[in-house]
Design a protein around this ligand. Structure first.
Ligand code: ZN
Length: 304
């Protein structure tokens, strides 16, 4: 039996695939395992915004991190309603590259130099092309890529960090700060909230997660997007439940207050966001829902 393509397509509905295509069963392709893109680029006005997957990791016992102040029953119920397991969580580490047309600016650097270099290259750039590195706060998963085995990862970059953040960690006996930030401190410009790090890019102090934790408002040609960094670290356990305590929030009450304030503003103004720990590509919107918020992952809005 000889089938034309048209006949094969029309028969496809009624015949088993193997009968219509006798050789299909012989082609035994290897299993590839889970696959996920390492970068996603959108346009924002005149800017290009690329989120980079610098790492991802599975962790057990998520309630040891999120919702520490609620019962296991409540944690399980909220998770189940959102189709999420309550005994495991997937973490994402998502630095962002912004090309303003005149500068390539990287926000945060992932866990290590290898991860961020691979992610920058997957997006079509090299580490040498990065003009500025902005650090939102100085936890290990944000500063880890600053220095690698060969020293400075971004050899041509200048650095920007929050003054309060640098001040705090320089006084703490912290190995991450000593190995990753201290060698670059002389080259760092320290800023406060409300500072411009490039035309159209402004720091927003949102403390609580750490003492000088900063988000960044990005604006080009009237289009806006906010990098919220670690203001909210889970689409459900942080956005829907902004008052749920998070182990990594150093000042838990202040972190919850910052979440409510900034997420409320993003929802009211309908501004897009990138969340460093949101599921990749980590871009979305915030809607108010009940006493909290709802994370609306980006679909095609920024392709239009
Ligand atoms: Zn983080």
């Amino acid at each position: 039996m000889k089938l034309t393509r048209r006949a094969a397509l029309s028969l496809g509905a009624s015949l088993p695939l193997a009968a219509a295509l006798p050789h299909a069963a012989a082609a035994k392709a290897e299993m590839k395992g889970m696959d996920i893109a390492k970068s996603r680029r959108v346009e924002l006005g005149e800017f290009e915004v690329t989120t980079l997957l610098a790492g991802t990791a599975t962790r057990d016992e998520p309630q040891s991190i999120f919702g520490m102040n609620v019962s296991p029953e409540e944690f399980a119920k909220v998770s189940e309603e959102a189709f999420l397991p309550a005994d495991k969580v997937q973490f994402f580490f998502t630095p962002t590259l912004i090309n303003t047309g005149s500068e390539l600016i990287l926000f945060d650097t992932g866990l290590n130099a290898k991860g961020i270099t691979a992610a920058v290259e997957a997006a079509g750039y090299t580490a040498e092309q990065v003009d500025k590195v902005v650090i939102t706060h100085m936890h290990g998963d944000h500063i880890g890529g600053l220095m690698g085995e060969d020293g400075e990862t971004f050899k041509n970059a200048s650095y920007i960090a929050g003054a309060a953040e640098h001040n705090h960690w320089s006084k703490a006996d912290n190995d991450g700060f000593k190995s990753k930030v201290a060698p670059l401190s002389d080259k760092m410009t320290m800023i406060e909230g409300g500072a411009s790090v490039a035309s159209g890019i402004t720091s927003v102090l949102a403390a609580g997660h750490t003492p000088g934790h900063m988000g960044y408002m990005i604006e080009s040609n009237g289009a806006q997007l906010m990098l919220i960094a670690d203001l909210a670290n889970h689409p459900v356990w942080s956005l829907a439940k902004p008052d749920w305590e998070v182990r990594f929030d150093m000042d838990k009450a202040q972190a919850a207050e910052s979440r409510r304030k900034v997420l409320g503003m993003l929802a009211a103004d309908r501004v897009a966001m990138v969340g460093y720990h949101m599921p990749f590509p980590a871009m979305g919107y915030v809607a108010t829902k009940g006493d909290g918020f709802e994370y609306v992952p980006m679909s095609y809005q920024m392709m239009l």
